[in-house]
Design a protein around this ligand. Structure first.
Ligand SMILES: *Cc1c(COP(=O)(O)O)cnc(C)c1O
Length: 457
């Protein structure tokens, strides 16, 4: 039994390459369900198993029929991403290096890469250079970090120390959120003990209305957190960030921006106007696994006030504090032990460079435009949103037909879009968030939709 690491990893690389080879042209949806995959894997815990390479070979063969080809250039479900080779390679190195990335003095190699990636991101996104970055699992937790910092800081200003005294008995923190916020804001707010929040009216593209925000802020007092959105999952629209931030700050509120995929518009010269004024907020959340196309497990929490972030997140265990003077990764995230998940971000930025990141983001938007224009030429199809970013939201002759077109598209296996509901209507939502999706692939998506429409006539 050859269980040397080099041999096992070589086998894993071959299996991964086999899978990735099929991504561009293989049928997108899985063919096996969870129970079928369990059967194929074998349900019984062995007394002793075979050699590592054999386990991996069996794992890949059993699981692959149950895999969704999310990495396909014509997979437009949710807002997903698609790992670039350099970031995937770096992710493997992270696993091999096996560094617990909590303390600068302990694992300086990976923390150096993460700190540079953080500096570079702040620069690319036009955020304050003295803001701090925490690497978390995804945008849900990045939103949680921002909301907790806002909660704690606005309470502190009201004379209440949540870290010591908890929330019960203190002033109530008002949370104001756009009517079309992402569901993850609701989860984060609930975890932060802020409750459901007060929805603020949005316009026809899903952008929060500044007049409604002003009125909502005036209708109450005490600590307040305002949560804005850069990139609506249905329309791609951005809240009027500059004006909303001004109104919120005038009322003494903390401003958090959920820019899971939208923050990256700031890195593309032709799209930067969408994010105008966003640097004035107090905290931001984004995903590197979406628009930057690194593997999953790559949320990014950014907070403009390091002392607030540390006060809310740091673990003050004596044996940790003694280790180093500067702020440590564990001071900026809810976790202590974690993998060096910022390293693939470093690798992606190091390869693409400033121009490359801009071209990546612009390329996604260009492909979304190709899809929108193509759909508009299909009889019965209607694009509901102004396509300003990566999202295209379409209907096909009413709700029933729209659902059937979505089913037929999925069954065809060539392209996939998310069935959803927007403004009370069934829609099919096309999200472009994969570096592989160029104009040619976008054209293939349009053709697949045309066929799905014909099949449901
Ligand atoms: C994807 C997304 C989230 C949640 O991000 P996760 O990484 O899945 O936790 C939050 N907000 C928006 C706008 C998103 O698109």
């Amino acid at each position: 039994m050859d269980d040397r690491e080099a041999f096992v990893l070589g086998e894993a690389a071959a299996l991964a390459a086999r899978w990735l080879d099929g991504v561009r042209d293989g049928s997108i949806p899985p063919t096996a369900d969870v129970e079928a995959v369990k059967d194929a894997l074998g349900r019984r815990l062995p007394e002793r198993g075979p050699a590592p390479a054999e386990v991996l070979g069996h794992l890949a063969s059993a699981v692959e029929p149950g895999l969704m080809r999310m990495h396909s250039p014509r997979f437009h479900g949710w807002v997903i991403g698609g790992a670039q080779p350099v970031a995937l390679g770096a992710d493997w190195l992270v696993a091999a290096w096996d560094q617990n990335t909590a303390l600068r003095a302990v694992t300086p190699g990976v923390i150096a890469a993460e700190e540079l990636a953080a500096e570079w991101m702040l620069d690319l996104l036009g955020l304050p250079s003295d803001a701090e970055v925490g690497y978390v699992t995804g945008a849900t937790v990045a939103n949680l970090v921002g909301l907790i910092c806002g909660r704690d800081e606005t309470l502190r200003r009201a004379g209440w120390d949540a870290r010591t005294d908890g929330l019960a008995g203190g002033p109530r923190v008002r949370l104001l959120v756009g009517a079309e916020r992402h569901g993850s804001i609701d989860s984060a707010a609930m975890l932060a003990g802020l409750g459901a929040g007060r929805p603020v009216d949005a316009d026809e593209q899903g952008r929060l209305r500044v007049d409604a925000l002003r009125a909502a802020l005036a209708d109450g007092d005490g600590p307040a957190v305002v949560c804005l959105q850069a990139g609506n999952v249905h329309s791609g629209a951005f809240d009027p960030l500059a004006d909303a931030i001004e109104v919120a700050h005038a009322a003494g509120a903390w401003v958090h921006i959920d820019g899971a995929f939208g923050l990256w518009a700031a890195a593309a010269p032709g799209l930067r106007h969408l994010t105008e004024g966003m640097a004035g907020a107090d905290s931001w959340a984004t995903d590197a696994h979406k628009t930057l196309n690194v593997p999953y497990d790559s949320g990014v929490a950014v907070v403009a006030h390091p002392e607030v972030l540390h006060a809310s997140m740091a673990q003050h265990a004596a044996y940790l504090a003694a280790m180093s003077g500067a702020s440590d990764p564990e001071d900026r995230v809810p976790e202590l032990s974690r993998r060096a998940r910022g390293v693939p971000v470093y690798a992606a930025l190091a390869q693409l460079g400033r121009a490359g990141v801009g071209e990546l983001v612009q390329g996604l938007v260009d492909a979304a435009t190709v899809i929108a224009e193509g759909l508009a030429g299909i009889p019965g199809a209607r694009v509901l949103n102004d396509v300003v970013y990566t999202q295209v939201c379409a209907t096909f002759d009413g709700d029933d037909r729209t659902r059937r077109v979505g089913d037929a598209l999925r069954a065809g296996g060539v392209a996939l879009a998310s069935p959803s509901e927007w403004h009370g209507r069934a829609v099919l939502r096309f999200s472009v968030s994969n570096w592989l999706t160029d104009a040619v692939e976008a054209g293939r998506t349009v053709e697949a939709v045309r066929e799905a429409v014909a099949a449901t006539a």
